[in-house]
Design a protein around this ligand. Structure first.
Ligand code: ADP
Ligand code: MG
Length: 317
């Protein structure tokens, strides 16, 4: 479970959207009541297949699509009450690159900053171009830039008003591996400077590599929302359940370093990836804290596997 007491960058509550002109599936809700909170300072991934509703969420946040119902708050402002403040708090890089063929990157960033009302002395054109590795292209014509350069320019363009939140809709769709890594570096760099990042992707690997938290959405609904660590171990890994001789009150201390959850009075589940974590280490941690293990079971019914690991590691400890 994700705790719900952090300061949020974005708060989405029961968000619904039905497009009037949805030809593929008329009347179907593109969003069926999505609730999500994005913690400030995080890199948050919206993961889901094509048509899941990711861009719809982003475009509602950006003020490009009107929601059917629900609430959206951006940096504590409600989009229904103060859209202007909301727009000031986010920079959005849309899924489709729109070309600004007639401007140089430097001119484009200056123009956008003017559009946002950033005074000349506060404009960061050179700094932003440096950030996305386009300093040497400052005066080039945008139409002469490669696809990857254009995308990086879009990131710079979304940041001209120094918003605390950067939203990237499928930043690396159709982008080669080299460039993908470069974009990831840009995103990490911005995050280190304190920018909250919300990105959508349909690549599990990308979400896993970059994000602190991941929400998986499908058919307009959030299916799971967990920390990346918990999600990855759930996908790749196994679950093991320990029944103890008494309730574990200090699970965070005893099982620090494991993805553990109290599931009953005396039972604890640990999610783990067999290639990274040994069951023996879990047992050791539990016993060291003075708890007795009454029973061990696994969800994968691969008990034999567990016992093998068990006997294997207890032999060496
Ligand atoms: P994703 O970004 O996850 O691929 P979208 O938010 O683009 O998903 O689309 C979600 C659903 O809404 C899809 O069924 C899509 O066909 C529909 N949809 C998206 N945009 C429009 C639109 N402008 N008009 C009608 N239907 C739309
Ligand atoms: Mg999309």
């Amino acid at each position: 479970m994700i705790e719900d007491t952090k300061p949020w960058a974005v708060e989405i509550t029961d968000l619904k959207k039905t497009y009037k002109g949805n030809k593929k599936s008329p009347g179907e809700e593109a969003l069926k009541g999505v609730s999500l909170n994005v913690p400030r300072g995080s890199i948050f991934g919206l993961l889901g297949p094509n048509g899941a509703g990711k861009s719809t969420i982003i475009n509602i946040m950006a003020g490009l699509v009107t929601k059917t119902s629900g609430r959206v708050k951006i940096w504590d402002s409600d989009i229904d009450e103060d859209l202007r403040k909301c727009k000031a708090a986010i920079g959005v890089v849309p899924q489709e690159i729109n070309e600004d063929a007639f401007f140089t990157p430097a001119a484009l960033l200056d123009l956008m900053a003017g559009f946002y009302g950033v005074p000349k002395k506060d404009r960061r054109t050179a700094e932003l171009l440096e950030m996305v590795g386009l300093s040497d292209k400052a005066e080039a014509y945008t139409r002469t830039l490669s696809g990857g350069m254009k995308r990086r320019l879009m990131v710079a363009k979304a940041m001209v008003h120094s918003p605390p939140i950067l939203v990237l809709d499928e930043p690396t769709a159709g982008v080669d591996v080299e460039l993908r890594k470069q974009l990831w570096e840009n995103v990490r760099g911005l995050n280190k400077q304190g920018v909250t990042i919300l990105l959508t992707t349909h690549y599990l690997e990308e979400a896993e590599e970059l994000c602190d938290e991941i929400a998986i959405i499908n058919h307009g609904e959030v299916i799971v929302h967990e920390t990346t660590e918990a999600l990855v171990s759930r996908i790749e890994g196994k679950e093991i359940r320990f029944r103890l001789d008494r309730p574990m009150e200090d699970i965070g201390t005893v099982l620090a370093g494991f993805v553990a959850e109290k599931t009953g009075k005396r039972s604890v589940i640990i999610r783990y990836n067999p290639s990274e974590t040994e069951v023996g280490a879990m047992i050791e941690a539990i016993q060291k804290a003075g708890y007795g293990i009454v029973d061990i079971s696994t969800d994968d019914s691969d008990l034999e596997d567990v016992f093998l690991q068990l006997t294997g590691s207890s032999a060496t400890s």
